[in-house]
Design a protein around this ligand. Structure first.
Ligand code: SF4
Length: 456
């Protein structure tokens, strides 16, 4: 059974599948070398990035994340400021790669790191292969990993295996129907069911403490994004918009002309611009869509008179339950199912969670989560220049506003609906399987193609 902490992970931008996952995979490879007492024998490392990781990896920070993972860094622990500096050092002629932070080897950037742009591994579009050689040039270890979205990483052997630890939690569920059955039978909310499952491995106070930490990182990210001026990285020189709009909104509020519905848009812009700059981010459930849940949560904190820590915890637990359903039955990877699997899923999670903390019934919460996805079906992933900027930043803002209105709509009705959450999840997955590869985080179609790369 997935945990709430599988859905919400503190890490770095700009991409969960292309930055967080590759760093975690690289760290896993060197950890295995360490465990097998092979690390000191390594004289050379070669890395191959395949498919979507190679095609959009430069804009998504995959190369730096992978190399820094080999040096023993984790997405949560690393200082986002050092990534660019260290990548620059590793591109120099006499570079040394410090494996696991303890064993230095020579590193030739152009020969040891290969972007296999025209090769997709058959299992998944986001593949990485690591090979370690000894001083005689013999391979002493090799492994293939897949970054399957939301920062999740599996090895080739683990790929496609279903986790069999359902018996470890009191209320295992795989579908929305299962989840709602537990809720009705136990007379518990969705948040209470997820909390009960978390208690199988840790105390309630530990769960609450970690969730409030996650909420605080989200809030800090909004603050950073609203105060950091400048441009996002890359050849498009995209201006950060959140600070200027934030100032205008504050000014309007002081004169009593506030449009409260623009706040979630600004909060989401702030997080997405921090993400695009490689800043400290909570994957929610991915980095590309990381602005939506913090924006709706912040709107709840600022504009709901009864908002409190218990509500924040319930919001995150409910959102996580909805995200688990997508992760278990479809995908949360833009490279697998397009942006419907990232922004669509985050909107669905936020709409359901917001509805729940405003007092929605189980039926209303399910309805909100379903509507949040239904109107993102077919949404393609076409990031311009392989950067998580256009259309990603605005898309987060629009989805955050939608999530709030969807929750309010669901609360106006009795929860009766024709399309169930399970049905819309199945539809999203089928639509993703039918979607052409050029719309799945390859930057070969859509806006990425029509906007193109500017002449320098
Ligand atoms: S278009 Fe959507 S899925 Fe693709 S990188 Fe942007 S936010 Fe992620």
């Amino acid at each position: 059974m997935l945990s709430v902490f599988d859905l919400f992970k503190i890490g770095i931008g700009p991409s969960s599948s292309h930055t967080v996952g590759p760093m975690a995979a690289a760290k896993r490879f060197v950890d295995q070398l360490l465990l097998a007492h092979q690390l000191q024998q390594v004289a050379r490392i070669k890395v191959d990035l395949y498919g979507s990781l190679a095609l959009t990896g430069e804009g998504h920070g995959t190369v730096g994340a992978t190399l820094l993972g080999l040096e023993g860094n984790t997405p949560r622990g690393i200082d986002p400021e050092i990534v660019g500096v260290r990548l620059n050092q590793l591109q120099q002629a006499d570079a040394q790669l410090n494996l696991s932070g303890t064993h230095c080897i020579a590193f030739n950037f152009t020969q040891d790191l290969n972007l296999q742009k025209h090769m997709f591994l058959k299992q998944h579009p986001n593949g990485l292969k690591f090979r370690a050689f000894n001083a005689d040039g013999q391979v002493i270890a090799n492994e293939v990993y897949f970054s399957i979205g939301g920062g999740f990483v599996v090895s080739e052997a683990e790929f496609g295996q279903i986790r069999t630890d359902e018996e470890m939690v009191p209320f295992p569920f795989r579908t929305a129907e299962d989840l709602l059955l537990h809720c009705r039978a136990q007379k518990k909310s969705i948040a209470q069911i997820v909390m009960a499952n978390e208690l199988a491995t840790q105390s309630e106070s530990a769960v609450r403490e970690q969730l409030l930490e996650i909420a605080n990182v989200m809030q800090q990210c909004i603050h950073n994004g609203c105060t950091r001026e400048g441009e996002l990285p890359g050849v498009y020189h995209v201006k950060r918009r959140a600070p200027a709009i934030f100032r205008k909104m504050v000014g309007m509020q002081l004169t009593g002309r506030a449009d409260f519905m623009l706040w979630p848009m600004i909060y989401a812009f702030a997080v997405s611009e921090e993400n695009a700059s490689g800043g400290r981010i909570v994957t929610a459930p991915t980095n590309g869509a990381a602005g939506i849940i913090p924006a709706v949560l912040q709107y709840y904190r600022n504009f709901t008179p009864t908002a409190n820590d218990a509500g924040i915890v319930d919001f995150l637990l409910t959102a996580a339950a909805i995200g688990m359903l997508y992760k278990m039955n479809a995908s949360i990877s833009g490279a697998e199912v397009g942006c419907q699997g990232e922004v669509g899923v985050a909107c669905s999670m936020a709409a359901g969670a917001y509805c729940a903390v405003l007092g929605g019934t189980l039926e209303q919460v399910e309805n909100a989560a379903e509507i949040g996805m239904e109107h993102h079906l077919g949404l393609t992933c076409d990031p311009v220049g392989g950067l998580v900027q256009i259309p990603c930043v605005e898309r987060n803002g629009v989805a955050a506003e939608k999530a709030i209105k969807i929750a309010q709509l669901a609360l106006m009705e009795n929860g009766e609906h024709k399309v169930s959450l399970d049905k819309v999840i199945e539809t999203m997955y089928r639509t993703g399987m039918d979607m052409h590869n050029i719309y799945k985080e390859t930057s070969l179609g859509g806006l990425a193609l029509t906007v193109g790369i500017p002449a320098c």
